[in-house]
Design a protein around this ligand. Structure first.
Ligand SMILES: Nc1nc2c(c(=O)[nH]1)N[C@H]1C(S)=C(S)[C@@H](COP(=O)(O)OP(=O)(O)OC[C@H]3O[C@@H](n4cnc5c(=O)[nH]c(N)nc54)[C@H](O)[C@@H]3O)O[C@H]1N2
Ligand SMILES: Nc1nc2c(c(=O)[nH]1)N[C@H]1C(S)=C(S)[C@@H](COP(=O)(O)OP(=O)(O)OC[C@H]3O[C@@H](n4cnc5c(=O)[nH]c(N)nc54)[C@H](O)[C@@H]3O)O[C@H]1N2
Ligand code: SF4
Ligand SMILES: [Mo]
Length: 905
């Protein structure tokens, strides 16, 4: 076999790790960290290191598919027919209803060249600013924060600053899960310099707190009050940098008046922390030689997201902690190329090169460069507004690329109604399985990671090359090529006889045209090229023509890209989150990420191994709230908000505070009936227009769903997924997941108020292969109880329990261990399904803590019981020795099981 290695970049988070792809030109065989890449120096997290196990071909979109009417099925077509059809619908819609009747909704996961093509298409050719991206749900509050406080959308720091800082404040970021390789770098830095202080500000006690010297579990949404409270203390204790303030800032007088009222007692009470904690935090911030803050969605996804960002930056300006090693306000970027999106103008209010769509001079500059008469002056729609306009019928043709709004947008019932209502939905996707795919009139198969070529910018402004390793499967094409091909067809209608705006044949040509638009601007990339990155490695912008190296840190001279060169203090009062706890909805629902899943799971959800850590969507509640509702862990509840309902099992978790609940964001309607975002609200920040995905008012209602179903089927998981999900639609609770490693299986859990129709059960059995072959069966139709186990070559290959499912975990273990002993036969013939001698066993102990070395939680606990410490566990079990993502959790188990040791004097 012709094995080759291609150096590329991980397609998941904004850390932007370099990966070495091992492949044979057609298949990706393995991945490892690129030791030469300055973001990760060879490390990868549990997601990056399993990239080669994801992306099951049977889940991929391989051919264009078109349907010619709602309710019809899409059928395979060829690229010419597909794009000609799209062209004629777009041309007709624009002619009849004007350019603002169409819209583009794109993604922070596109490459820079893809973005550029989309921007030119929307703004220069179609003539609309209706081009927004999922970064609106992610980074737009940080964009506003940087721009109004510092003058430009530029994170000023480098990853090295994180390592050299004396005090790191992590706010609203679960970096241990969401940016694991950076967390690893921080861990190492702190172990080298234990005097380094780490403060974590998060309503939940996350794995990130493992590194914290101080954890402030503030009440959701109260960050602005906290930051003002810290500033209050800094000012009144004279721990500010007067010289810096004098020379490089403006606006402190007004802010000082505002924060006068944010007294320690008022702030402590409002935030739900102690005055001592607040004082400790302010003391560290005010006295440390270098102060760096890191933040992510806990600040941005808020109706006060812009205020939260600026209030945090205020602290850096007051202490002069910016532009120096180890210091600065450092926003973590979520998606791999959300930064590139911001640079190329991929939010409706922006234009390429950090320009503004509302600025007439900027529009004129861009129009002149593109050789068009003018750019549209009308305001473009932002994500939430855009889907509202789709629903109201104003947007009549919608082009979606590289995002799954029918999973990730808040208020899903409204979003699905919009998609249902839209006359023409185009979806450019790598996977045909997503929730949004169900609404697409035209599905265009996109090449995905490892199959396409272009540039991405990570959180520290570093541009890396995403290189193609293998050919795209089927007829999938790279995003830039799809967009350019469509644009070339559309310009024949909209600009007949004029020279093409889209004479691009390679991504390099797109980049070379784009980069000239950044010349002389804060982000100047004019010195960068694909070739340069290949020669000298990934570089941080600005990188002007003739530069020999990138720029590690901004604002070292105290000059900011504002009109008068001064940074701006922003004085905005604290405003509470939109939905406060009340009698009707007494809990605050927080949503966020898990360690091993990526967003809507189109990719990570194809690898059974990535379900080992967390296998299903479970609502975390404080033990006190469980007791109050008379619930046991594992019980199903109906979780209701003002917008929707989902049924989920509960778990007891004292990492959330009473009155709060946590649900992972990953489960859409495919994996969990209804999907998490049917609960969340569309309210958004007035400036950034970023929705408040982090806090919604919810309540728990008991449900009576006595009839249960559990099914497991080994083998081609994707083949069964859609069929079984559809068959299970009549049940109230439906949850799908994968399990196993070498021999993956699909798992289904469902519940219903009454027994399933026997004919439905027969269909499910047929799909599970339980209608023929060696099937052990027991039925008690009177009690609607049934058990079926299929055995092939002495191993369990399929299971179906109906009625009650007490034996599900026991059976799953038998399946995993490949056992079919006498116990199984005896259990099958017994009228109840309770497993022998077990009661209802829990799967929790089977949870895989260490994915790399496949070490379970129970093995780690047994090791701890034998007296092993972290080093011993690593040596004996191997856990935590590869990617290290599980180390915080192992440490937590060590602490939890620590026994008092007798001390002899
Ligand atoms: N494993 C994994 N990693 C990812 C992703 C993924 O899907 N999976 N997605 C990537 C993307 S696009 C993004 S945007 C990032 C997101 O990265 P993060 O923002 O770090 O992740 P989240 O879990 O969404 O939210 C972070 C924390 O905010 C806390 N929080 C909630 N409300 C508040 C509040 O009012 N104030 C404060 N201070 N904290 C609050 C939550 O409890 C949560 O722990 O992750 C990136 N990395
Ligand atoms: N409740 C709640 N909801 C949230 C959040 C939250 O914290 N809580 N976080 C929000 C945030 S920060 C974000 S960033 C969004 C993310 O939300 P989405 O953007 O919907 O997330 P993904 O599932 O990553 O969607 C990317 C899609 O692109 C497809 N894809 C992958 N590679 C390619 C490619 O090369 N080309 C094309 N064309 N397609 C490709 C994938 O299959 C996938 O379906 O979710 C938001 N929603
Ligand atoms: S931290 Fe993990 S997910 Fe993020 S870029 Fe690195 S390997 Fe990929
Ligand atoms: Mo994000």
């Amino acid at each position: 076999m012709n094995r080759q290695i291609t150096a590329s970049t991980c397609c998941y988070c904004g850390v932007g790790c370099g990966v070495l792809i091992e492949h044979d030109g057609e298949r990706i065989l393995g991945v490892s960290g690129d030791p030469a890449h300055p973001a990760n120096f060879g490390k990868l997290c549990s997601k990056g290191s399993t990239l080669h196990l994801t992306g099951d071909l049977s889940a991929r979109a391989l051919y264009p598919e078109l349907r010619l009417g709602k309710g019809l099925a899409r059928t395979r077509t060829d690229w010419d027919t597909a794009l000609d059809h799209a062209t004629s619908v777009f041309a007709r819609t624009i002619a009849e209803h004007g350019p603002d009747s169409v819209a583009f909704y794109i993604s922070g996961q596109l490459l820079t060249e893809d973005y550029y093509a989309f921007n030119k298409l929307a703004r220069a050719l179609v003539g609309t600013n209706n081009i927004d991206s999922n970064s609106r749900l992610c980074m737009s509050s940080a964009v506003v924060g940087y721009k109004r406080s510092l003058g430009a959308d530029a994170p000023p720091c480098s990853y090295e600053d994180l390592e050299s800082s004396d005090c790191v404040m992590i706010v609203g970021s679960n970096i241990a899960y969401a940016h694991p390789v950076l967390f690893r770098r921080l861990e190492e830095a702190k172990s080298r310099r234990p005097q380094m202080k780490v403060i974590v500000i998060d309503p939940r006690r996350t794995d990130t707190c493992d590194l914290a010297d101080l954890h402030l579990a503030i009440l959701p949404g109260t960050d602005v009050a906290l930051f003002h409270g810290i500033l209050h203390l800094l000012l009144w204790e004279n721990r500010v940098d007067r010289d810096f303030i004098e020379a490089h800032t403006q606006g402190l007088t007004e802010l000082k008046q505002l924060v006068h009222d944010y007294t320690p007692s008022m702030v402590a009470q409002l935030c739900g922390i102690s005055i001592e904690q607040l004082q400790q935090c302010a003391e560290w911030v005010g006295t440390t030689p270098s102060f760096l803050s890191l933040w992510c969605m806990g600040l941005n996804q808020s109706t006060a997201g812009s205020a939260k960002n600026s209030a945090l930056i205020n602290l850096h300006l007051a202490t002069g902690q910016i532009g120096r090693p180890g210091a600065g306000p450092f926003s973590l970027t979520g998606q791999p190329n959300a930064m590139g999106g911001r640079e190329t103008g991929s939010l409706s209010n922006l234009l390429p090169g950090h320009r503004e769509a509302a600025n007439a001079d900027h529009r004129a500059e861009v129009a002149a460069y593109w050789g068009v008469e003018q750019l549209p002056a009308s305001t473009g729609l932002t994500a939430i507004e855009l889907f509202e306009q789709v629903r109201s019928g104003k947007i009549k043709a919608l082009w979606i690329a590289c995002t799954n709004p029918a999973q990730s947008m808040p208020d899903q019932n409204a979003v699905r109604a919009a998609l249902q209502n839209c006359p023409f939905v185009v979806l450019q996707e790598a996977f045909r399985t997503t929730e949004t795919a169900a609404f697409a009139d035209l599905l265009l198969p996109a090449a995905s990671w490892g199959e396409k070529d272009g540039l991405v910018t990570n959180s520290e402004r570093r541009i890396s090359h995403v290189r193609q390793a293998i050919v795209a499967p089927g007829e999938a094409r790279p995003d830039w090529a799809i967009t350019v091909d469509f644009a070339q067809r559309l310009e024949k209608h909209l600009r007949p006889g004029q020279p093409s705006l889209f004479a691009f044949e390679t991504p390099t040509q797109l980049f070379d045209e784009y980069k000239q638009m950044t010349r002389g601007r804060d982000l100047d990339l004019s010195g960068i090229s694909h070739g340069l990155i290949d020669r000298i490695g990934p570089q941080q912008w600005p990188f002007p023509t003739n530069a020999s190296a990138g720029t590690a840190r901004l604002y070292g001279d105290g000059v900011f890209p504002t009109a008068n060169g001064r940074a701006q203090f922003v004085a905005e009062p604290f405003r509470a989150a939109k939905e406060q706890r009340d009698a009707q909805f007494p809990l605050t629902l927080i949503t966020g990420r898990l360690r091993d899943q990526w967003h809507g799971m189109s990719r990570t959800g194809t690898a059974a191994q990535l379900f080992g850590h967390v296998g299903e969507a479970v609502l975390s509640l404080h033990p006190q709230d469980l007791r109050q509702h008379d619930l046991q862990p594992g019980d199903l509840v109906s979780l209701k908000s003002r917008r929707g309902e989902v049924i989920v099992p509960v778990s007891s978790d004292d990492n959330v505070r009473p009155g709060q609940a946590f649900l992972p964001m990953h489960w859409g309607d495919r994996f969990l009936k209804g999907g998490v975002n049917s609960l969340t609200l569309p309210a958004f920040d007035p400036m950034s227009k970023q929705p408040e995905l982090k806090h919604s008012g919810v309540r728990l209602e008991p449900v009576q769903l006595p009839w249960r179903l559990f099914a497991l089927i080994e083998g081609d998981v994707q083949q069964h997924f859609e069929t079984l999900r559809t068959l299970c639609e009549p049940f109230s609770y439906v949850s799908l997941s994968l399990a196993g490693r070498e021999r993956p299986a699909l798992l289904i859990r469902a519940a219903s108020a009454s027994a399933a129709d026997p004919s439905l059960l027969r269909e499910i059995d047929q799909c599970l292969g339980l209608h023929e072959g060696t099937v052990l069966a027991y039925d008690d139709p009177r009690r609607s109880i049934g058990k079926r186990v299929r055995i092939d070559n002495g191993r369990i290959t399929a299971i179906r329990l109906a009625g009650e499912t007490l034996a599900q975990h026991w059976l799953q273990n038998l399946w995993l261990e490949g056992r079919t002993d006498e116990e199984l036969r005896r259990w099958l013939l017994a009228p109840l399904s309770t497993p022998p001698g077990h009661g209802a066993t829990s799967i929790a102990s089977n949870q895989t803590l260490c994915n790399c070395k496949n070490v379970s939680q129970s093995a780690v606990c047994a090791g701890i019981a034998r007296g092993l410490d972290l080093l011993g566990l690593k040596e004996q079990l191997g856990c935590g020795t590869q990617c290290g993502s599980c180390v915080p959790e192992i440490k937590r188990l060590l602490v939890a099981t620590a026994r008092p040791v007798a001390v002899t004097s």
